[in-house]
Structures are given as structure tokens and as C-alpha cells.
Design a protein around this ligand. Structure first.
Ligand SMILES: [Zn+2]
Ligand SMILES: [Zn+2]
Length: 254
């Protein structure tokens, strides 16, 4: 598997795009940076988008992608999300007010977007991939994933505060090649991080101590751009081994 980092920031600024990874050419994990990163032919090849949760920085390009697909794609793009997140998309986004209901455009029988709710705790398939979703700790229903193809897998935490269920799933996975973990606020903002369901370097250290798989590289993402310099300084001081901060444009071979 080849994972392209289209966006890995916890906010948007020039040179900072929100969370979005492309696995091969057809599967996107989160949709924070699809339409700003990919060409129209590349976008038309995306068959599936799997969403960690319904927050704007992770879903914002689903409606923009839908708009580009009308009249160009014959098959719908399937958007996989938890039941709670699909409800958010239906009620708050594709509701005919904030944006047209592309789950019924151009027709209800053959729309450009199909919303597909996935279960927690039971792997589901997307093309050649098997995806396990685990409920993590955020202010809204949020998922971490283990994505597997054959003998190789990677895990992505989603937006989360400290969690045990996700690490339990990670620890039972053979062939894990990469761990993508969110980090949002500096430790001096611990209260805000806890309340908003995010990690600081302090809680990150506690989370990484739960990983039993030795030597799996850890990639951090979702750093809030307003605190990025401070976060990097704090991380440098901690000197965590095998931990890197992702950059837009990075590629990870899995
Ligand atoms: Zn969020
Ligand atoms: Zn977020």
C-alpha cells in the first residue's frame, strides 16, 4: 500500500491542509484536502472515502467533490462513516440548505454520493482493503481505523483524547507498518485538549506507552497550525524515538 499525505494539519492556512490521506488512487481517508490537492482526473478515480468523524476539517471536501462529479461519473462515490457521522452529513450538510442533497442528485436511483454507515468492532471491506473501526474519544462520535491489505496494515487514531479501545485493536494486529496518531495542542493547553477530545505531547506519551508492537513507526498529524512551533519544540524536548511529524506531500510505503 502507498499512503499519500494530502493534508495532515489540524487547521487550514497556506501550506497547511486539513486531514486527508490517499491510499493508492481510489480510497481517501478523511476529506480535508481532496479538491485542493488532486487534479480532476485524479479526483474522478476516487471510488471510496472513509471518514473518521463528521467534523468540518475532515469532511469539507466531500460536498465539493460531489459537485465536481455531477455529469462526469457514472457510479457514485461511496462515503463510509459511522452511523452518527452519516447522520451529521445528511442532516447538516447534504440538507438542501448548506449544500444540495447530492445523495439524490442527479437522481435518487443513481446519485453521485452514496452514504454507507459502517459498524464498530466488525471489519468491513473497501475494495481490496479490510477496515476495522474502533470508537475513540472525541466530542462527537469518532473512529480510529486499522486498514489492512493482505499481510500489511496501518492504523490511524482519528481525532481522539486518551483511549484504550483503539490501542487494544492495534495491539492485536499483525503486520502493522505504521501508526498515525493525532496531536493537537501543547501540554500547557491540557484542559482544552481534554475537553475537546484531543492529545497533547503529555497525553501522547501515555498513549504510546500502550503500544505493544515494538518498532512500528509513529507519524503525528493534526497539529493545530497556531501552535505548531510550540508543539515541535515540546516534541524535540521529549526526544521520542521513532516518532515523526507528518508533512503534506509525504508518502508512506506500507
Ligand atoms: Zn474533530
Ligand atoms: Zn479535526
Amino acid at each position: 500500500m502507498r499512503l499519500r499525505v494530502l493534508g495532515c494539519s489540524g487547521g487550514e492556512l497556506p501550506h497547511h491542509r486539513t486531514t486527508c490521506f490517499l491510499l493508492g488512487a481510489r480510497l481517501a481517508v478523511d476529506a480535508g484536502a481532496l479538491t485542493a490537492s488532486l487534479s480532476l482526473p485524479e479526483l474522478m478515480r476516487v471510488d471510496d472515502v472513509v471518514l473518521t468523524h463528521g467534523h468540518l476539517d475532515h469532511v469539507k471536501d466531500v460536498p465539493l467533490l460531489a459537485d465536481l462529479m455531477v455529469g462526469r461519473r457514472r457510479r457514485p462515490v461511496t462515503v463510509h462513516a459511522s452511523k452518527g457521522a452519516t447522520e451529521t452529513l445528511r442532516r447538516s450538510l447534504f440538507n438542501g440548505r448548506l449544500w444540495p442533497d447530492f445523495t439524490r442528485i442527479p437522481s435518487a436511483q443513481n446519485p453521485v454520493v452514496r452514504l454507507q454507515a459502517f459498524p464498530f468492532g466488525e471489519p468491513f471491506r473497501i475494495g481490496p482493503h479490510s477496515v476495522s473501526a474502533v470508537k475513540v474519544r472525541h466530542t462527537v462520535e469518532s473512529s480510529g481505523f486499522v486498514v489492512r491489505r493482505g499481510a500489511s496494515a496501518f492504523a490511524i487514531s482519528g481525532d481522539t483524547g486518551p483511549t484504550t479501545a483503539f490501542w487494544r485493536e492495534v495491539n492485536r494486529q499483525p503486520g502493522l507498518r505504521a501508526l498515525l496518531v493525532e496531536l493537537s495542542f501543547p501540554s500547557r493547553m491540557q484542559r482544552l485538549a481534554d475537553r475537546s477530545g484531543h492529545l497533547t505531547p503529555r497525553t501522547l506519551v501515555g498513549e504510546l506507552a500502550k503500544v505493544e508492537r515494538a518498532g512500528v513507526p509513529v507519524y503525528l498529524y493534526h497539529l493545530k497550525p497556531a501552535f505548531e512551533a510550540e508543539l515541535r519544540a515540546e516534541l524535540a524536548e521529549l526526544g521520542l524515538r521513532g516518532v515523526t511529524v507528518l508533512e503534506g506531500g509525504d508518502e508512506i510505503a506500507i
